[in-house]
Design a protein around this ligand. Sequence first.
Ligand SMILES: NC(=O)c1ccc[n+]([C@@H]2O[C@H](COP(=O)([O-])OP(=O)(O)OC[C@H]3O[C@@H](n4cnc5c(N)ncnc54)[C@H](O)[C@@H]3O)[C@@H](O)[C@H]2O)c1
Ligand SMILES: [Fe+2]
Length: 382
Amino acid sequence: MNYSIACPVQFGSGAISQLSNVLGGLGCKHVMFVTDNFVSSQSWYADCKTKLEQANIKVSQYNQCLPDPPDYTIVEIAKQARELMVDGLVAIGGGSVMDAAKGANILINNPGTPADYYFVPPENQKQGFPLVCIPTTAGTGSESTMYSIITDTKNNEKNVLIHPATVAIVDPELTLTAPPSVTANTGMDIFAHSIEAVTAGMRNPYSEALALDSIRRVVKYLPIAVATGSDIEARENLAAASNLAGIAFNSSSTHIGHGIAHVLGVKYHIPHGIGCAMASPETLRWTAEFLPREVKLIGEAMGLTFKGSEDNAEIGKKVADAVLELMAKVGIPPLSKFCKSEEEAVSISGMILADPNVSRCPIPIDLRTIKEIMARIYSAQR
Ligand SMILES: NC(=O)c1ccc[n+]([C@@H]2O[C@H](COP(=O)([O-])OP(=O)(O)OC[C@H]3O[C@@H](n4cnc5c(N)ncnc54)[C@H](O)[C@@H]3O)[C@@H](O)[C@H]2O)c1
Ligand SMILES: [Fe+2]
């Protein structure tokens, strides 16, 4: 077992006001903001730049990040940062933005392309710039994980770079503008991180404690934030849940659910959180066959009660049904909206088996089992 925390976190509403202090502490005099078009159009973003400039920290910007960051974006960010001769990076955005910046930071002082660094541990890379990650979605927890999930555009697959942030600033107020669909999708990503952290092959007591707390918060506050985006208590709890789940799966990893979500993402452009949600009920049903204790703990964190006489299949069904209910409540669309038939859904099973997440399952999984899971995902949500 290996417990770890990727970087220190400053958490709380208004925490973004700490950015100039944090950058000062890191010795930065000229940073590049890495973000996307949406975030760079917000008034708080302009205020943030102004405050840094008042503190004598020069700000440059790259605001062309795209969802599911393509590898060429990572190359562009690193090139621009080198040309501008900045001495620090500030990623402000959802998981796509933070992952793009984390990946680019590898290329700052290391030669080659992103593909040269898939799964290369930080100790085998030269260090990049100080990097501050500031999430604007409550979902990925990327600010507190060492992973950067990028799209390999040559092979049309997701792959993994490893580079943590230096400091994370989690300010729940930045998530207030997320519309109901983004709130729901990203919130279900939190849920998926947590259930997979509790059940992955590398599960451990530290991950379990954080992930179960995260599940309690998501189940209570996600429907509230989807219905009333301005509810700051709900946003604060989801931001905390996202960060805790990130810390949890950073040391336990995710598994089959994320393998499925990644393939659904590259194959049908299903947003990451929706793919994660679709995979979660069947991930739990399968896992309950050999980890009933863990799946029961997840059910209890969701507010379910058990008589104690349930067999493993009953535990799996009860918890899977509760997840389907949560998904319906927050408006997660069914797989049939993106993929024409059950046969087609099953046909991507080979790609799922090849996803790196699959090697982190609690027990080895075979192609036949993945096919069964995909068939059930297709019919479960209609
Ligand atoms: N690094 C990790 O550990 C990790 C973990 C899980 C997922 N991921 C990856 O993260 C990516 C998904 O990130 P995401 O779910 O945060 O979505 P995202 O970053 O792709 O953003 C989705 C959309 O929401 C918009 N958005 C962001 N913040 C907003 C706000 N406050 N208000 C309104 N709109 C806002 C963005 O502009 C974008 O259009 C995927 O590529 C996934 O594979 C990484
Ligand atoms: Fe995820």
